[in-house]
Design a binder for this molecule. Structure first.
Ligand code: TYD
Ligand code: MG
Length: 486
């Protein structure tokens, strides 16, 4: 055996998890380590403050068995693929667009960046009971109806429970296989036997790797299982969807680490008491992250909502002080939403500033601008801000609408129900240009709005569509003048 062959053989054997032939002593080493629930930082001893993320009391103890086989599996998954790669000039790499498979849910396709990418690992997080299993079962059946082999692995529900749900959703397809299993080794074997194109793991917290001794749902289990699933998906070209429950702190399975490992992270959110559900991408290696898809939970499954502006404005009480409508961009799509403010005198102690659906730091900032630049006395007022409909907005173009809502509630003067307010506010009280103004205005026109108060800078060289009045403003006080009058 020449040198090159033996090096190759060595690599092959370590990669495939067998260990070096001469060093292949069964190694079962128990070790205790401490892992940060937040960032996944590992340490041999417990520490109060995590050196990784600086947070306190996040280290938890985990006992695990380490062996050469596991290390092999992990080495694969870290690289994302088992194919040995070498440095290549960027000019000689073929640019092929990722082959995508479209589901019948256009909302889901858009959030994924145009469809499901072969071999991708998608994590869907959300509170228990929000509808993750329902969504994935519906998607599974649609893919199965198109002739793809789908394996739905449920560790949470029995086969009969899944069948009941499927009956409710009117699902029946030969290509959709349901399997109740939580042992990852068995799952791997079944994937080998059935050779599916799509695998759904419901949920990652119930699956366990038999070589990791900590309990299912613990940081090391979740991480090792995800790594193993990543390896399976990448080597076999299977698209895998993983369901992850959100912990009470709001992250999936505790560590952020999981989000780094997968290709796409989707969050399925909504208020349990409302029927609307929002699917948004927080990470996507194959598309944009600010897309959102809106669904409604009906009696027989999830239905897409084609016109979100309609539902967000549905319950608006016209002519009430403190309510303003803004056209916000959610990814590539403009959505009209109502921003509500309630300003009331502080009765005791420090004034309160509360915000739901918007960054709570924006509220004191905009109130300070209103005080200093418009002369509104807000220091002894409580302020409550809310985006109606349970959406979360995070772009600066909603600033002006927040400011107008606050002023409207403070002065107790309602805005016109046919006004839409768009603009970013700077610290000197100036109204700054926003992106994609044409699309926003078009959406507002479509929804029957008549006047749009927008940054004057956005108006240069543009007249806007017929029949809609555009009012360009360059400062907050001009905007208030236009929206609320003197
Ligand atoms: P589920 O998909 O089980 O949530 P998750 O997997 O995220 O925990 O959704 C359960 C909820 O959805 C439950 O409250 C019942 C409701 N539901 C409907 O309203 N209509 C339906 O057709 C289905 C299947 C569920
Ligand atoms: Mg479920």
């Amino acid at each position: 055996m020449n040198k090159a062959t033996s090096v190759y053989l060595f690599l092959f054997l370590t990669k495939s998890g067998k260990g070096h032939p001469e060093r292949n002593i069964p190694m079962v080493k128990r070790k205790t380590k401490f892992i940060c629930q937040e960032c996944g930082y590992e340490s041999p001893k417990w520490m109060g403050k995590c050196p990784g993320c600086g947070q306190w009391n996040k280290m938890t103890e985990e006992v695990e068995v380490s062996g050469p086989a596991r290390r092999g599996a992990f080495a694969h998954s870290q690289g994302g693929s088992a194919i040995l790669s070498k440095p290549t000039p960027i000019t000689s790499i073929e640019s092929v667009s990722e082959p995508r498979i479209h589901t019948d849910l256009t909302e889901l396709n858009r959030v994924l960046g145009g469809g499901v990418v072969k071999g991708s690992l998608v994590l869907i997080g959300g509170d228990p009971g929000i509808g993750k299993s329902t969504l994935l079962l519906q998607v599974s059946s649609q893919l199965a109806n198109k002739g793809h082999q789908v394996l739905y692995i449920s560790g949470e529900e029995s086969l009969r429970q899944t069948k009941l749900r499927a009956e409710r959703l009117d699902i029946a397809s030969e290509n959709l296989m349901v399997y109740a299993e939580t042992n990852l080794e068995e799952i791997n074997r079944t994937i080998d036997q059935t050779n599916p194109s799509f695998v759904i793991i419901d949920s990652i917290q119930t699956v366990f790797h038999p070589e990791v001794t900590s309990a299912p749902g613990s940081v090391s289990q979740v991480r090792e299982c995800t790594a193993e699933l990543m390896r399976i998906g990448k080597t076999k070209g299977i698209a895998i969807f993983i369901v992850g429950h959100v912990t009470k702190e709001g992250s999936i399975a505790g560590p952020r680490l999981l989000e780094h490992m997968v290709d796409t992270v989707l969050y399925f959110e909504g208020e349990r008491h409302h029927t609307y559900r929002i699917l948004r991408a927080v990470k996507n290696r194959f598309g944009s992250t600010n897309e959102m898809g809106i669904f409604e939970m009906k009696e027989f499954g999830l239905e897409e909502v084609e016109n979100p502006s309609e539902i967000f404005l549905e319950e608006r009480s016209r002519g009430a002080a403190g309510s303003t409508v803004v056209a916000s961009m959610e990814g590539t799509r403009p959505v009209l939403v109502e921003i509500q403010a309630l300003i009331s005198p502080t009765s005791f102690g420090n004034p309160r500033r509360m915000a739901t659906g918007i960054d709570h730091n924006r509220v004191p900032l905009l109130m300070a601008v209103l005080e200093k630049r418009v002369g509104m006395l807000l220091a002894n007022q409580d302020a409550y801000l809310k985006v109606a409909g349970g959406v979360k907005l995070d772009e600066p173009a909603i600033d002006l609408a927040i400011a107008v809502s606050i002023a409207s509630s403070f002065r107790d003067v309602p805005t016109r129900p046919t006004d839409c307010v768009i603009g970013e506010v700077g610290l000197t009280g100036e109204v700054r240009r926003v992106s994609r103004i044409e699309q926003r205005v078009q959406e507002a026109a479509k929804m029957g709005f008549e006047r749009i108060i927008l940054p004057a800078n956005n108006l240069s060289g543009w007249k806007g569509p017929e029949g809609i009045q555009l009012i360009g403003v360059s400062s907050v006080s001009e905007a208030l003048q236009a929206a609320l009058g003197g």
